[in-house]
Design a protein around this ligand. Sequence first.
Ligand code: ADP
Ligand code: MG
Length: 254
Amino acid sequence: MPETVLAEQELTAQERQERGERLRNEGVVIRTYDLWKSYVMGDQEIHAVSGVDMEIKRGEYVAIMGPSGSGKSTLMNLIGCLDSPSRGLYYLNGKLASDMEDDELARIRNREIGFVFQTFNLLARASALHNVELPLIYAGVSAQERLQRAKDALQAVDLQKRMDHKPNELSGGQRQRVAIARALVNRPSILLADEPTGALDSATGVEIMALFERLHSEGNTIVLVTHEADIAMHAHRIIHIRDGKIDRDEAVRK
Ligand code: ADP
Ligand code: MG
């Protein structure tokens, strides 16, 4: 699948930029070339992600699946621009994220990525509406537009009737829907979800997976990280990872 990695590493700055533009024109939102993340622990080096070549196009719904410790969260942190690779290249929507400093990385992250976490990560004392509005405050959107967009996002997850409720006045599934609305409100290029059903009972998990399916059919690009095969089966493609490497990449027949 990849052009040879060595050739990629040897590209000049100008060629890398042209490569980015080409990827973007081809609708490639995520492209990694020989991506590594290594940690030194005492006298040992742990390669949490070791040589990943991955391509995800706009509009795809992909699960990254692997057992505990296989490197899923590390890979998600790299894709989500929460961390920088030890080695390799990462193009996010045509921009070379692997070259970016922290502040630039934070900016591209806010613009391009909507995160959904296992434990929702909502502000406990804020209403659903305010939780969803927060990313827009950081993005400098005016109060009036913020309110409208936050309401629209809550409507998209069928929670408009609960917008004044605080997280502890909502069920687990409703909290996760608020978190999904918050992830979508910036109209990100990718919705990135790490074990989004991990803290939910199975019936609620199925409900959340149905919501992802609908959001995908509405044009969103979704990357779902999970260790559960039956959750991964909801995606349209599964990238299996093991020991920090891609083990298998399969289309899911629907
Ligand atoms: P998963 O999410 O699939 O369970 P992780 O990405 O959390 O896997 O971890 C992959 C491997 O990298 C594990 O062996 C883990 O112990 C190691 N690892 C992850 N983060 C760190 C870190 N900050 N320092 C050292 N080792 C780490
Ligand atoms: Mg993990």
